[in-house]
Design a protein around this ligand. Structure first.
Ligand SMILES: NC(=O)c1ccc[n+]([C@@H]2O[C@H](COP(=O)([O-])OP(=O)(O)OC[C@H]3O[C@@H](n4cnc5c(N)ncnc54)[C@H](O)[C@@H]3O)[C@@H](O)[C@H]2O)c1
Ligand SMILES: [Zn+2]
Length: 348
């Protein structure tokens, strides 16, 4: 007989809501977790094609996969379908998919009938450890990523790791960039655990991946609940993202790749500036490479610097940078543009 995993519940309390996280869960228990409300599933065509049999237990709304569909047109389509299905205050919209699906779900649920209940079944590594957690959601407007959105916590997040069986390897790699980021800024023990295993180990061993996801979901949830309005600690989650976003913008490479290169640059800068006495960049580069993430890039430094200057985290004539003191401990450091420019060629 096949034993179903025993799910367990952890609650995270935000100022507006307590979010229930169900770990090691099986989709067949979703109705129980949702308190028997009328479940409506929102997913993308890609996830649906792999998991239709299980998802069809509920009414399903689908839209084409991909970042280019994280826009208002998709929101309009979903709203029309919700009306057709008679969705109301007793319904709960459950986004089953990667970060694109969870973002659209949170946004639609915030505006449909001035707010309906919603939850997530994240199916990519990135969605499980990052996008599904924290309450931020939104859509892109043309080239402007996440330009429109709301902050609203889901009622539940439901982790069923069996979805990962169909996740392409490149999406595993993408998600591991955020996992390594968490280890660098908050969890030295996680860093050494990652050094001990490989991507293949995590793909092959259900217990290993379950522990890893839960540990990372806890890191993000704890950081976000402690600093919901991004005044301090939550900014640490931007480690690797300042230069990362600039590179992603210019080179159209996957987010995880850009963040990986951004983390290497931030490590190099941490060493160069020497104010935090950081000296573990080599260990971090080695770990990123081990998880198939790129650690350098041929690029036009002047162009990257231009884009970076326009970054939304720029304050007056400087940048708020996340640097490392040691593995597992990060700090927000204000760096003047002049100083950054001086080191730029050496760090990237
Ligand atoms: N709200 C937040 O706080 C937050 C944080 C980080 C990222 N994000 C957003 O998340 C998005 C990126 O998330 P993502 O990397 O999951 O992207 P995604 O949703 O586009 O998923 C990547 C690809 O994997 C596919 N996929 C997902 N799960 C699968 C599965 N189990 N089996 C087979 N295929 C599967 C998707 O269909 C898609 O093709 C971006 O839009 C980003 O802005 C949001
Ligand atoms: Zn990221």
């Amino acid at each position: 007989m096949l034993l179903k995993p025993i799910m367990h519940k952890t609650e995270y309390t935000f100022s507006t809501k307590t979010v229930a996280c169900y770990f090691d869960a099986d989709l067949s228990s979703l109705a129980q977790a949702a308190g028997n409300k009328n479940i409506i599933i929102l997913t993308d065509e890609n996830v649906y094609s792999h998991h239709a049999a299980r998802l069809n237990a509920y009414p399903v709304i689908r839209f084409p996969a991909g970042e280019e569909h994280k826009n208002q047109a998709t929101v309009d389509q979903v709203i029309h379908e919700l009306i057709k299905l008679g969705a109301n205050k007793d319904s709960i919209l459950i986004g089953v998919g990667g970060g694109v699906v969870t973002d659209i779900t949170g946004y639609v649920a915030a505006v449909y009938m001035r707010g309906m209940q919603f939850g997530f079944v994240p199916t990519s590594i990135l969605a499980m450890v990052d996008a599904a957690i924290g309450g931020k959601n939104g859509i892109d407007v043309g080239v402007y990523k996440n330009m429109v959105g709301t902050i609203r916590q889901p009622d539940l997040i439901f982790f069923d790791y069996s979805f990962l069986q169909s996740l392409p390897v490149k999406e595993w790699v993408n998600g591991f960039a955020e996992i390594i980021k968490h280890a660098c800024i908050k969890d030295a023990l996680l860093f050494s655990i990652l050094e001990r295993y490989s991507l293949h180990d995590y793909q092959a061993d259900k217990t290993l991946i379950a522990d890893l996801i839960e540990r990372n979901a806890a890191i993000k949830s704890t950081v976000v609940t402690a600093d919901e309005f991004e005044k301090g600690d939550r900014k640490l989650l931007n480690f690797g993202h300042t230069i990362g976003h600039a590179i992603e913008n210019l080179h159209q490479i996957p987010h995880g790749h850009a963040v990986s290169i951004g983390m290497v640059a931030a490590c190099n800068l941490s060493e160069e500036l020497n104010m935090l006495h950081f000296e573990e960049a080599t260990r971090i580069v080695k770990l990123l490479a081990k998880y198939h993430l790129p650690v350098d890039l041929e690029t036009d430094h002047a162009k990257v610097f231009e884009v970076l200057k326009m970054d939304k985290k720029r304050r007056d004539e400087g940048v708020q940078f996340i640097l490392l003191k040691r593995i597992g401990e990060a700090e927000i450091v204000y760096i003047s543009l002049a100083d950054l420019e001086k080191h730029f060629k050496e760090i990237l």
